[in-house]
Write a protein that binds this ligand. Structure first.
Ligand code: HEC
Length: 113
């Protein structure tokens, strides 16, 4: 009896913690869909540098996405249309820093123009 109760308590604590973490994400910070589907694949996985919370200029972000930048592949308008690109660039530019990996000190926030 006792071990079962403990297990249930632990499980509900874990689940409760997960719900808390989700609830802590206010709707204003809801991910841009393009970011979630495309960019986050690399940029939230440590493949690309963190780009959120760095106030990177919108035009710079659009340019990197359209033309690529060193290891970053380019995306054509058939892959990300202009409206989606404008939206994701604005969102990335204005996004607050996240709990995701912080920008690495090796890649300082230089706003290459
Ligand atoms: C296939 C993986 C991949 C995807 C998908 C990807 N990126 Fe990147 N991105 C990279 C890598 C890797 C770099 C670093 C390039 C380098 O410095 O060599 C990068 C760099 C960047 C930079 C420059 C960051 C800086 O420090 O100046 C921006 C801006 C950027 N990406 C935006 C985006 C956006 C917006 C999307 C979604 C539309 C996206 N990336 C999708 C891999 C990716």
């Amino acid at each position: 009896m006792q071990p079962n109760k403990t297990r249930i308590l632990v499980a509900s604590l874990v689940l409760g913690g997960a719900q808390l973490a989700l609830a802590a994400d206010p709707p204003a910070q809801e991910r841009d869909r393009t970011y979630a589907k495309v960019c986050g694949f690399c940029h939230d996985a440590g493949v690309g540098p963190a780009i959120l919370g760095r106030e990177l200029p919108v035009a710079y972000i659009e340019n990197v996405v359209r033309h690529g930048f060193r290891a970053m592949p380019s995306f054509r308008s058939s892959e990300i249309d202009n409206a989606a690109l404008a939206s994701v660039a604005r969102w990335v530019s204005q996004s607050p820093a996240t709990s995701a990996a912080p920008a690495s000190p090796a890649a300082p926030a230089t706003k290459a123009q």
